[in-house]
Design a protein around this ligand. Structure first.
Ligand code: ADP
Ligand code: NA
Length: 329
């Protein structure tokens, strides 16, 4: 293997991914397959940091994998697998948790934010140690690069610290991963609250779920919040709704924003929304057809995931064995 290695994952916490997940993650993962030996995981161990219904989780894991494939992740060229199929993730996470400081883990802002909003009484300890499992995901594969959004930067920093600490204490074992910040990563905003990012947790008419009825989604786009002005300009500060629609159209059509802005000179918001809806339908209809096809042959999908797990384990098992040996097991 001469190409650098890359790891990324998405939690199977919903049936449908949304357009933000697609444009912010999956659509970037596809071209990265040409540069990297890419490993893409449906991270179901992470999903159970919040309560999940077993049968629902099992379905969501499959349908999330199907969406990876429908988006263009090639399971032959890349490794596509389900995290729980590779026990080394949990095993390495334990070792790493023993070299993570309690204060260090407590400083993770994602946990702090959640704890301050909702308290910790109802949460499992897994929600607290989650970034350590994330470090194990990355370090097991000697991943050089991890595509991350701003919100995951601190967790990647922990992965780097843990790799360096382990190497220092026990001898050179892990590659220290670097963040791969995808240039111009589309940050997709909620259609109704364009100052917030599109998210499942906001849900509702501002969130475009990829597996929803396309006609209903087109309607959501036509009802997107814009602003009182008339001019189609890219100005995220003062025109977040219009700018978000331009970002979406640009990402879906491959046309850059300035070109779109000059194209829409003199046109109205309705024209822009109409074109965004058309571009979205042009993408989502074949996407849904591919997901449906993958979901009708459950055995074939399970075979793909089993093959991915076998190939992932072939990398993870010797790495864990090396770490165990260094620790004194
Ligand atoms: P959600 O916020 O809906 O819970 P996740 O946090 O599970 O989504 O994110 C999964 C992946 O999708 C991550 O790589 C994240 O950066 C990306 N992502 C999520 N929402 C957006 C968005 N609105 N715009 C761009 N990328 C996003
Ligand atoms: Na999230």
């Amino acid at each position: 293997l001469t190409r650098p290695r890359l790891f990324s994952g998405i939690q199977p916490t919903n049936d449908s991914l949304h357009l933000g997940n697609y444009l912010g993650a999956l659509a970037n993962w596809v071209p990265l397959q040409a540069e990297y030996d890419a490993i893409y995981s449906v991270v179901d161990l992470h999903a159970i940091t919040l309560p999940q219904e077993p049968a629902v989780l099992r379905h969501r894991t499959r349908v999330t994998a199907a969406q990876f494939l429908a988006a263009g992740i090639d399971p032959v060229r890349s490794i596509v697998f389900c995290q729980s199929h590779v026990p080394e993730h949990a095993e390495l996470a334990w070792v790493l948790s023993c070299i993570t400081g309690f204060g260090e883990a407590s400083r993770m802002t994602q946990f702090k934010d959640k704890a301050s909003r909702e308290g910790t009484d109802g949460s499992g300890v897994g929600l607290f140690t989650y970034p350590i499992l994330q470090a194990a995901d990355i370090l097991l594969y000697d991943a050089d690069a991890v595509p991350v959004g701003e919100d995951q930067r601190q967790h990647l920093e922990l992965s780097r610290d843990l790799a360096q600490r382990f190497n220092h204490r026990f001898g050179e074992t892990f590659v220290v991963p670097r963040p791969h910040i995808v240039k111009e990563t589309a940050k997709i905003a909620d259609l109704q609250n364009p100052e917030k990012k599109m998210s499942k947790s906001l849900g509702g008419s501002g969130c475009l779920d990829l597996l929803d009825d396309p006609k209903a989604s087109a309607k959501k786009i036509r009802s997107a919040v814009t602003d009182a002005g008339r001019e189609i300009a890219f100005d995220p500060e003062n025109k977040p709704g219009v700018s978000n629609l331009l970002t979406i159209l640009s990402a879906l059509s491959g046309t850059d924003v300035p070109t779109l802005v000059s194209k829409f000179e003199g046109a109205g918001y309705g024209d822009l929304k109409k074109e965004v809806a058309e571009a979205y339908l042009g993408f989502v209809e074949p996407f849904q057809a591919r997901v449906e096809e993958l979901m009708t042959d459950e055995q074939a999908l399970d075979d793909i995931l089993a093959d991915g797990a076998r190939r992932a384990r072939a990398l993870a098992a010797p790495k864990l064995a090396e770490a165990y040996d260094k620790v004194g097991f």
